[in-house]
Design a protein around this ligand. Structure first.
Ligand code: F6R
Ligand code: MG
Ligand code: MG
Length: 378
């Protein structure tokens, strides 16, 4: 029986410590990641890799043939993050080992702190991939662009014009509070889908598949560290993989939602709304009020189980490094300033349900005994 060869794209990230607060991943940590990835490529565990950062998050992009949730791939990522965290501790970098919630590896990094997006594909003739990584935000931040790309004909012309997309797309949605999942099909269940995914702090799109043949098109991380730990620890800064072209949204349609900024949860102390700013790798760093939240997008072609490369170097396109996203960047600065002028007043600050998982709980606890009952005579 013919068994088609499959290629897996794994994007695993972790905040292991950063330079000057929660700003950027410094070179010594990149060097550790590069060294470990290079070794893994030489031993044949992975076929290609690319190390980059989204603000203070170290991002490991690995392309291999071991499948999703593979313990060797996850262990490689875990050991790399642990080694980088040790280095961060030695250098007294800020938040050393921040997202490493467990001490011992148990076969899979999911639920241990790092964020994971993976996608196993059967390579098409040419398979363009876009990976996204965001900082100072949280799982659920990709609900909006995923909806625009795969369900909104005002964004994606292909939904109307390309006969291969008329069938629509299926969305797997995770309820991160109840730990349940549901699949909804668009366009038929568009309103039901929106009813859920508009609540970005709870419902998170984990996967998108083409309805006609279940072809996997997008995969994003869903972990909420605060729900794992029950308190404010680490950051969920999410990652996502999208597949494009030839019966799927074009790369340009995948990027179109980012022509404008939109608001995401997770700015300063994981407690504020902020405008998401698309940036090239050169501006992948968080500054003002620890932000604004930023997102990078890298494009590449999958080729023979790896990333199409030139003389051993992966060919990577830094997609937001483009004046076409200047408008979104300007909007992010302007709208961010409007929110910041409001200081600690909602809606600049998150609502009470989300604040439950932040350090404000300690303040409320301290004040608890000083509250008195209000009677009608007061
Ligand atoms: C970290 C983050 C930051 C921190 C803030 C306070 O990813 O979002 O905004 O929450 O800088 O950090 P600490 O409490 O470590 O001083
Ligand atoms: Mg940090
Ligand atoms: Mg981060």
């Amino acid at each position: 029986m013919f068994v088609p060869k499959k290629t897996t794209i794994s994007l695993i990230k972790c905040d292991v410590g950063s330079l000057a607060g929660h700003h950027i991943v410094p070179k010594p940590l990149f060097d550790i990641a590069e060294k470990n990835m290079k070794n893994a490529a030489e031993t044949g565990l992975i076929n290609s890799y690319y190390v980059f950062n989204a603000g203070d998050d170290l991002e490991l992009l690995m392309v291999h043939e071991k499948g999703e949730h593979n313990h060797m791939i996850h262990e490689l990522a875990w050991n790399t993050f642990k080694e980088a965290a040790d280095k961060a501790l030695e250098l007294k970098l800020y938040g050393a080992g921040q997202d490493i919630l467990k001490t011992a590896f148990s076969g899979n990094v999911c639920g241990m702190g790092p964020g994971v997006a993976e996608m196993e594909i059967e390579e098409r003739g040419a398979d363009p991939i876009v990976v996204f990584a965001a900082d100072k935000t949280s799982a659920g931040s990709f609900n909006y662009p995923l909806f625009r790309v795969f369900a909104d004909p005002m964004n994606t012309a292909g939904l109307v014009i390309d006969p291969n997309m008329l069938c629509g797309f299926k969305f797997d949605v995770v309820d991160t509070v109840e730990n349940k999942a549901i699949t909804l099909k668009c366009p038929e269940e568009t309103y039901e889908l929106l009813a859920l995914i508009g609540t970005v702090g709870r419902y998170v799109i984990s996967r998108v598949r083409r309805a006609s043949d279940d072809l996997i098109c997008a995969s994003s991380s869903v972990s909420k560290l605060s729900l794992i730990a029950g308190k404010y620890v680490g950051k969920d800064d999410p990652v996502m993989i999208a597949r494009a072209q030839h019966g799927l949204p074009a790369v340009g349609e995948v990027l179109a939602p980012f022509m404008h900024t939109y608001f995401v949860m997770g700015w300063m102390r994981g407690s504020h709304w902020g405008p998401l700013m698309p940036v090239g790798l050169n501006a992948s760093k968080c500054t003002v009020f620890d932000g604004p939240p930023r997102i990078v997008a890298l494009g590449f072609q999958v080729a023979d189980g790896g990333i199409a490369s030139d003389e051993g170097k992966p060919l990577i396109a830094d997609l937001f490094d483009d004046p076409a996203f200047d408008l979104a960047r300007q909007e992010a600065v302007r709208e961010g300033a409007t929110l910041r002028r409001m200081g600690e007043f909602e809606p600049a600050r998150l609502g009470p349900e989300e604040m439950e998982y932040t350090t404000i709980q300690q303040v409320l606890h301290k004040l608890a005994k000083r509250f008195t009952t209000v009677t009608s005579d007061d």
